[in-house]
Structures are given as C-alpha cells and as structure tokens.
Design a protein around this ligand. Structure first.
Ligand SMILES: Cc1cc2nc3c(=O)[nH]c(=O)nc-3n(C[C@H](O)[C@H](O)[C@H](O)COP(=O)(O)O)c2cc1C
Length: 172
C-alpha cells in the first residue's frame, strides 16, 4: 500500500472500494500492515498486476490485471500466523503491524470519475513485530540506520534515503 499514514497507534489507509483487499478488511475487521524494505521492490512489483478478486473487475481486465489466489506464493514470501488477528504476516517484511478496523469512511469524490471508489480506513495497531536486527538493544525503538523503507513515489520505487538530521524530540 502507498496510501497510509500513522499517528500514535492509529494507521489510516486509503483503499479502492473494489479490490479484494478492502473486501477482506471489511469482512474480517482485521489486517496485517506489512512494511517492506527497499530491497523488496521487485517482489512487490511481481504481484502489482494481480488481484485476489475473481472475476477480475472489468476496469482491471483492460489494464492487464490477472486473478491470483495466493500472492504470498507468487512473490515467494513466507506466510506466518499472527498472534492477535486472523490475517497472516509477511515474514520478509522488517515491520509487521497487527491491526483491527476502527472505522471506515466512504470517500465520495467526483474527481477523475472516482465517485464512491475509495474508502478511508482507520486501523488500531495491536501488536508490532520487528526484525531483531532493526531494534536498538534493550529498547522498543527502531534503529533508523538499519531501516530502509520501500517508498512508492508517483508509481516509481525508491529507497535508501540519506539521513539529513534529527528532530529535537528524537530520543535515540
Ligand atoms: C506499490 C503499490 C502501492 C499501491 N497502493 C495502493 C493503495 O494505497 N491503495 C489502493 O487501493 N491500491 C493500491 N495499489 C493498487 C492495488 O495493489 C491493486 O489495486 C491491486 O489489484 C489490489 O489487489 P486486490 O484486489 O487483491 O486487493 C498499489 C499498488 C502498488 C503496486
């Protein structure tokens, strides 16, 4: 996902109303938000033109999307059970957030023919899993020198941002 931001234990997601991802989220009320690292860009792109929706929505057929039931297998990712929610985690992702749905907001917009196409979903993070080498020892802080998040910028993948400085409130 590219449309996501976090504040305290809340994560806000922007989702197409017609993807299998939103259908699953609404049905189950739970999710795992897996944060990939920049070296995972090729695997992410390998499932980009797929949907778990069957039949494939006509708008996606014209764009060349294909139905894939198991995107874990297609991307060669390891599916690991979560502790507090039903959906699985992607083990290869350095950060995995188990979360539950708190609210779903229908985003009605006339822009670009997107009327009733989008949902804004408020999630509460219940548990955070982090790869051990990313955590500063004896703390619950992420070692930002080890964290290279995958960034999706106008449909292009970026990573390895250069550190420029720290905020006055940064603890470590
Ligand atoms: C890197 C990347 C980021 C994406 N971010 C979003 C997003 O934030 N929200 C969204 O609705 N779709 C996003 N998409 C598009 C969905 O992945 C695409 O619609 C996909 O078919 C959804 O699959 P599903 O139908 O199985 O949920 C993104 C695609 C890529 C490749």
């Amino acid at each position: 996902m590219s449309s996501a931001w976090a504040l305290a234990d809340r994560v806000i997601l922007g989702l197409s109303a017609h993807g299998q991802g939103f259908y699953n989220l609404e049905r189950c009320g739970e999710a795992v938000i897996n944060l990939p690292s920049s070296d995972m860009h090729a695997a992410v792109e390998s499932i980009a033109a797929t949907t778990g929706r069957n039949p494939v929505p006509s708008s996606k057929v014209t764009m060349g999307y294909q139905f894939v039931a198991n995107k874990f297998a297609m991307a060669s990712w390891s599916q690991s059970p979560s502790e507090l929610v039903q959906p699985s985690r992607i083990l290869e992702c350095p950060l995995q957030l188990e979360a539950k749905v708190l609210a779903i907001h229908a985003c009605t917009t006339d822009a670009a023919g997107l009327a009733d196409e989008c949902r804004i979903v408020e999630m509460q993070v219940l548990k955070v899993h982090a790869h051990e080498n990313m955590v500063l020892s004896n703390t619950n802080h992420i070692d930002t020198s080890c964290w290279s998040p995958l960034l999706y910028v106008f449909r292009h993948y970026f990573g390895h941002a250069q550190k420029l400085g720290s905020n006055f409130r940064a603890e470590v």
